[in-house]
Design a protein around this ligand. Structure first.
Ligand code: HEM
Length: 508
């Protein structure tokens, strides 16, 4: 045996380890390019070799994933390999093959770990674990429960309308992006925790919480690519995190603390739940009956669920409202026609109709559907093909592959909707519209992991649109052209000019 000095021995070990690592990377690259089960699918070579290609495009070059997908589909066709083990489809048929009631497919952990909330409904990876949690929470989000609690949504829309009227009196244009985000934030917090943070009452809708959530969005994109960032975020002491982040982020910490205090209080004294104004998430999450003998969620799981519901249930509905109001006001004749329908159904301003009545108004319904159809892009929610494989849009896909399609490839496809880019509520008044909605209005996804909050979202959208268009004549600010350019950080984040409008109260 060679008798080497210790430093030389160590150097040799390091050299061998480094060479081994380089050889392993080279072998992975060759394997991914030529021998991987997805190697026959087209796409950039970088994307086939490593997921770092996506990270490079998103984080370094600043290109949003939705733009990358579009460019790649244009270049490579209907199916693209966007990561070593990941496919995205452009053919609208693929959506129904991936997201449907029969598919008990798991989610892809790399996408959802970004939230660092792996015990919350949205982030549970396995179908079975998610089903148990959904079974527990579903009664709270059922249509019956939402119809019962509609006054809660109406109270928040009344607050929003009062603020809009006040801003008009001061001669101001209102920022509708922020206004609707504050409204949906107040709804979700009242609904889930029976607490309102009164975001809508912040001066000019500049709620610290809304801004803080905005600032935390890019972190989701960062976290997606490395568990290390997630670990750092979780383990950084609070005072360091506060120092490193912007002052706005304090609102998120504060929100977290408030929710944690509420959870601790309820765990100490469960009778607090009986005194709540209405059932909240903890009534279900801490109900032994709902869990059918299974252990109740831990303290941390309760907090994760609370935070994730806040994110899942606020921006989404607000985006739908902002873009729909913009399209209604910006398309000649639509606002007047909608107002006429609302006036007939709601002649006395002091007696607003119930949600069940509004839902039956044909033109309002057509506007809700068209608004949701034109909802701007959302990420492609990644699912894992089960071991036996699957056929997606007529193509055989091997088991274990990660597959996804953003709903925009259905809802914005010219092959599915004539004049797909135009806001045309009329399409929903034609024969066959119900079937079209069933098959092609898919922004809430389909199947066992579809949106848990769909009933609440519809209730918010119907009530808010009815109230703002019955109560106000809305005009866009001619000096500021709204810009819906967005970045995809799990939810859509608009980077351009917000929608500013004057909301002139109607006399009666
Ligand atoms: C226009 C508004 C909304 C849209 C477009 C929307 C869309 C979606 C989509 C596409 C999914 C599937 C995500 C995935 O596969 O990972 C989803 C899941 C979910 N949504 Fe919504 N959503 C909206 C409003 C809401 C609201 C108001 C809530 C209320 C809390 C909510 C709560 C959830 C939850 C908890 C999940 C996770 C379900 C699961 O993974 O099993 N959403 N939503």
């Amino acid at each position: 045996m060679l008798d080497l000095p210790p430093s030389l021995g160590q150097l040799l070990i390091w050299q061998t380890a480094a060479m081994g690592f380089v050889a392993w990377c080279a072998w992975r690259a060759v394997y991914n390019l030529y021998f991987h089960p997805l190697s026959m699918f087209p796409g950039p070579r970088g994307a086939a070799v490593t997921r770092l290609w996506q990270a490079y495009m998103e984080l370094y070059k600043g290109i949003s994933l939705h733009e990358i997908r579009m460019q790649l589909h244009e270049k490579y066709g209907d199916v693209i390999r966007i990561g070593p083990n990941e496919l995205h489809f452009a053919n609208p048929k693929a959506f129904h093959d991936i997201y449907n009631a029969n598919n008990k497919w798991d989610k892809d952990h790399r996408m959802y770990r970004a939230f660092d909330a792996d015990t919350a409904s949205l982030c549970l990876i396995s179908y079975h674990a998610a089903k148990q949690r959904r079974d527990v929470l579903s009664p709270l989000f059922s249509r019956t429960a939402i119809v019962k609690l509609q006054d809660l949504v109406r109270t928040r829309i009344d607050v929003l309308c009062d603020v809009l009227a006040g801003q008009y009196d001061l001669g101001k244009y209102s920022d509708l992006n922020l206004g609707f985000r504050c409204f949906t934030m107040d709804v979700i917090t009242s609904f889930c925790y029976a607490r309102s943070f009164d975001a809508t009452l912040a001066p000019d809708f500049n709620s610290a919480l809304v801004h803080a959530l905005d600032e935390s969005l890019p972190m989701l994109t960062l976290n997606k690519y490395s568990q290390f960032f997630v670990w750092c975020m979780r383990n950084t002491p609070r005072w360091v995190a506060m120092r490193m982040s912007s002052p706005a982020m304090a609102a998120v910490f504060c929100m977290r603390d408030t929710l944690q205090e509420q959870i601790d209080g309820i765990l100490r004294d469960p009778s607090l739940l009986e005194n709540a104004q209405h059932p909240i998430i903890y009534n279900e999450l801490l109900s032994p009956d709902a869990h059918k003998g299974r252990p109740l969620p831990t303290n941390i799981s309760l907090l994760q669920e609370a935070m994730v519901l806040l994110g899942a249930g606020s921006d989404t509905s607000a985006i739908a409202l902002t873009t729909t109001v913009y399209n209604v006001v910006n398309t000649p004749g639509i606002q007047e026609r909608l107002h006429a329908e609302l006036l007939a159904a709601w002649p006395n301003l002091d007696e607003p109709p119930r949600y069940e009545v509004l839902e039956k108004l044909p033109f309002l319904t057509a506007i809700v559907k068209e608004g949701l159809r034109l909802f701007p892009g959302a990420p492609a929610f990644a699912r894992v093909v089960p071991p036996e494989g699957a056929i997606i849009a007529g193509i055989v896909i091997p088991g274990g592959a990660v597959v996804a399609q953003s709903f925009t490839y259905v809802q914005h496809a010219e092959s599915v909707f004539d004049g797909a880019n135009n806001f045309n509520p009329e399409r929903w008044l034609r024969e066959g519209a119900r079937a079209l909605a069933e098959s092609s209005l898919v922004l809430f996804a389909k199947g066992p992991r579809s949106c848990l909050g769909i009933n609440l979202a519809y209730c918010e959208v119907y009530l808010a649109l009815a109230h703002v268009f019955r109560r106000f004549e809305i005009r866009l600010d001619p000096a500021r052209q709204a810009d819906f350019t967005y970045k995809e950080h799990f939810v859509v984040y608009f980077t351009g000019e917000h929608v500013h409008a004057s909301c002139k109260p109607r006399e009666a």
